[in-house]
Design a protein around this ligand. Structure first.
Ligand code: UDX
Ligand code: UDX
Length: 468
């Protein structure tokens, strides 16, 4: 089938490349000429596993790039809208890009087409998209608007798209539902997973995902509610971690104890410095605004956001408690991205903490496996960038772990202790075991667990490893 995807950001680019890999003819549309030129010339503007392979496979044949939305719409049976829906001042989703795209698409509707919301949008958006297209003189028989929310996570976006737990399509007509079934058939009938060149999935037998057909409104709500629930789970465990700190319990033990209850589940119960990224912060706010507008005071979401904000302040206080004062202190920082596996720094808790520590007068040397270029655009020369975790720790008064990159959890602790001025590690992602760290001579602070000290007050490390 011929499909158009508007917006080549994290969602649009991944969806477009995956649709091409399912066998569809895909036109990726974007109004950013620089991005288009980069994509056409073989560059991959975002850090996503398997995306370079997919773009390499299909670029120029099943996957083409264009800035002409009207033409792309004319040529396609379905047009997926994946443009940005950034938050407004008041926390609502800014839908102006969605509206302008809907208007442009109208110009290309000359036979039956389905316009599909892929971006995260508030409930009722599909109604507005429909109204805009009707106002632009298109007959209601000539199109349908559907909602097909995306649940992909950055860093694992391609496998999340191709091996989803479920595919949700919100359709208000059988005709549009049928077309959506055809688009996802290679996944729902399992044929994609039989292919020898299929992208490898998570280490379990590929199970064809269910395709859940709902109304457009329900599908729009499923997305907001899913993200809000996951954010709530993170804030809940962070709140429990704070109680653990007060009573001397171990949050990781608590997570194991509650997570093994199949009604709760252990995923998304990792305590840390709070959630970030381009989705959870804005989607929780947008859902709060949608509920308010619909007359429901969803105060639980305020608490989810408050706990998340507070988690950053609590970590700052933890650094103060470890180091007393911060002015002039040399700090090593591991992680700038909002989470491991991505170069994305949007709403990154790590970046927030680095900027707060700079305001406190600390000197920072940071390392991140993928996000340093994007961080440099924001932080400029206010911090130093290191070539490795060990270089970031060199001569530092303490090391902060702010992003859960896998490589940060397997560092050579001996070497790390040698690099540091003081063997102090303040871990915002609980990547290490407190007992192991104290046995290795570190003073180790983490989230929801009692700080561990080697044997009393930490002293500067002499270069020969002996106490000064
Ligand atoms: C998008 C949605 O913004 C978000 O709501 C949803 O949760 C995930 O999908 P993302 O892919 O990260 O997020 O967006 P972004 O990286 O901002 O990319 C949007 C793309 O749309 C950009 O490449 C931008 O150039 C393009 N765009 C935007 C258009 O082509 N036309 C427009 O009118 C506006
Ligand atoms: C999220 C949703 O998971 C995805 O379904 C949706 O489509 C887009 O938004 P993403 O933002 O890429 O995906 O990242 P995710 O892996 O969900 O992590 C979000 C934030 O929560 C990160 O800052 C991460 O560090 C944090 N997190 C995640 C925790 O603090 N604890 C956890 O247990 C899980």
């Amino acid at each position: 089938m011929r499909i158009a995807v508007v917006g080549s950001g994290y969602v649009g680019l991944v969806a477009g490349a995956c649709f091409a890999d399912l066998g569809h003819e895909v036109i990726l549309v974007d109004n950013d000429q620089q991005k288009l030129a980069a994509l056409r010339s073989g560059q991959v503007p975002i850090h996503e596993k398997f995306l370079p392979e997919l773009l390499g496979r299909h670029r120029g044949n099943r996957l083409t790039f264009s800035d002409d939305l009207k033409e792309a719409a004319q040529l396609s049976a379905a047009i997926f809208v994946a443009v940005g829906t950034p938050p407004t001042e008041r926390g609502e989703a800014d839908l102006s890009y969605v509206e302008s795209v809907a208007r442009e698409i109208s110009g290309g509707i000359d036979d039956y087409k389905v316009v599909v919301e892929k971006s995260t949008v508030p409930v009722y958006t599909s109604e507005w998209v429909r109204r805009i297209i009707l106002r632009n003189g298109i007959d209601s028989d000539c199109f349908d608007v559907a909602s097909n929310p995306e649940f992909l996570r950055e860093g694992t976006a391609v496998t999340d798209f191709l091996f989803p737990d479920r595919i949700v399509v919100g359709c208000d007509s059988e005709r549009s539902a049928q077309l959506m079934r055809e688009i996802y058939a290679p996944l729902t009938d399992g044929s994609y997973y039989q292919r020898t060149d299929a992208i490898p999935g998570p280490d379990r037998a590929a199970i064809p995902p269910p395709l859940i057909v709902t109304s457009t409104k329900s599908a729009e709500l499923i997305k907001h509610a899913s993200n809000a629930f996951l954010a709530m789970k993170i804030s809940f465990i962070n709140a429990v971690a704070s109680v653990c700190e007060s009573v001397g319990a171990d949050v990781n033990q608590v997570v194991h104890g509650i997570g093994t209850d199949s009604r709760i589940g252990g995923r998304f119960l990792n305590p840390g410095i709070g959630y970030g990224g381009s989705c959870f912060p804005k989607d929780v706010m947008a859902f709060r605004a949608v509920a308010r507008e619909s007359g429901y005071d969803f105060r639980l979401l305020d608490e989810v956001m408050r706990i998340n904000e507070d988690q950053r302040q609590r970590f700052l206080r933890k650094i103060y408690n470890a180091l007393w004062t911060l002015r002039g202190k040399k700090l090593g920082v591991l992680g700038l991205a909002f989470k491991g596996g991505t170069d994305d720094i949007r709403e990154s808790p790590a970046l927030f903490l680095v900027q707060s520590l700079l305001q406190e007068g600390s000197k920072i040397t940071a390392y991140d496996p993928a996000a340093m270029d994007r961080a440099r655009n924001v932080l400029g020369t206010s911090i130093s960038f290191a070539g490795s975790s060990y270089e970031a720790a060199r001569g530092a008064d303490a090391l902060l772990i702010l992003t859960e990159w896998e490589e940060f959890a397997t560092l050579d602790l001996n070497r790390l202790r040698q690099e540091l001025k003081f063997p102090i590690v303040i871990d915002g992602r609980n990547l290490y075991d407190p007992d192991v760290m104290s046995a290795q001579g570190f003073t180790y602070y983490s989230i929801g667990r009692t700080a561990s000290h080697p044997d009393g007050i930490p002293t500067p490390v002499a270069k020969n490893g002996k106490k000064a």
